[in-house]
Ligand binder design. Structure first.
Ligand SMILES: Nc1ncnc2c1ncn2[C@@H]1O[C@H](COP(=O)(O)OP(=O)(O)OP(=O)(O)O)[C@@H](O)[C@H]1O
Length: 250
């Protein structure tokens, strides 16, 4: 379980997050949506041990995030996929396990790449892969690491809308099969609703710029979800609820 309690983070004079508290259960898919600059990345990075709380605390299964990170319990997927350009897809996927002192398991990496739609591209370098393919490699790398928690920051932000929708369906399938805890940051309300069990709305407008959780929504759309969900009335209703929380605070 991820436990965030009264978390505030400041950068110099700038308060990026103010008094944020949230608990995230094992295996839960939580999305974080909000306007640019409201502190979403700061929240994710603090859960990942890449930023330190100014006040308050964060723990992952009772440990400080830095400990969870060094035990390879946290996997990161960022917008800029951060693949190593000189390594092939399969070498990129095995790299983090190698770094963590685990068996790199290239056969497992190949299987995972095949299930993410990269059959035939295992030995291709990133420069020859499309944006969506690179993100698939980055997701496969985080899953292959064996991390219990995936921290995803706008991973589909650079992709065209159709690929983005496809990737959403793909990440839900991988999540079903691997049962990770996922914290997924996005600017897109429909994406947040489509993916999440729960959607946290972060906004800073009414708090003098510091990000706070201004809404929290259980997304009770049935699973498994695919593209057909986008046209459903229930989906539209959820999107409207989340949007109003954002606009009420603007
Ligand atoms: N390392 C840093 N040093 C100083 N200020 C920072 C740093 N990182 C973030 N900030 C500031 O903190 C605030 C929150 O930034 P953050 O990146 O967390 O927001 P965000 O909601 O993820 O934005 P976006 O959606 O545009 O990525 C912003 O005002 C940003 O300029």
């Amino acid at each position: 379980m991820i436990h965030v309690e009264n978390l505030s983070v400041t950068y110099g004079d700038l308060r990026a997050l103010d008094d944020v508290s949230v608990d995230i259960d094992d295996g839960e898919f939580v999305t974080v949506v909000g306007p640019s600059g409201c502190g979403k990345t700061t929240l994710l990075r603090t859960i990942g041990g890449l930023e330190t709380p100014t006040t308050g605390s964060v723990s992952v299964d009772g440990d400080p995030p830095a400990v969870a990170q060094s035990d390879a319990r946290l996997g990161f997927v960022f917008q800029d996929h951060t693949l190593l350009p000189w390594k092939t897809a399969v070498e990129n996927v095995t790299f983090l396990r190698r770094m963590a002192g685990k068996d790199p398991d290239p056969d497992g990496a190949r299987d995972l790449l095949a299930t993410t739609g990269l059959d035939g591209f295992e030995d291709t370098r990133p420069a020859e892969l499309s944006g969506g393919m690179k993100q698939r490699v980055a997701i496969a790398r985080a899953i292959h690491l064996g991390a219990d928690v995936l921290l995803m920051d706008e991973p589909f932000g650079e992709l065209d809308e159709i690929t983005r929708d496809e990737m959403g369906v793909e990440i839900l399938r991988l999540w079903r099969e691997n049962r990770k805890t996922v914290v997924f940051v996005t600017h897109s309300v429909p994406e947040a609703v489509f993916l999440g069990d729960r959607c946290l709305v972060v906004s800073g407008a009414s708090a003098g710029g510091a990000g706070r959780i201004v809404g929290e929504f259980d997304i009770d759309l049935p699973r498994p979800r695919d593209e057909s969900v986008f046209g459903s009335e229930a989906f539209g209703t959820q999107v409207t609820r989340v949007r109003s929380a954002l606009h009420d605070d603007a």
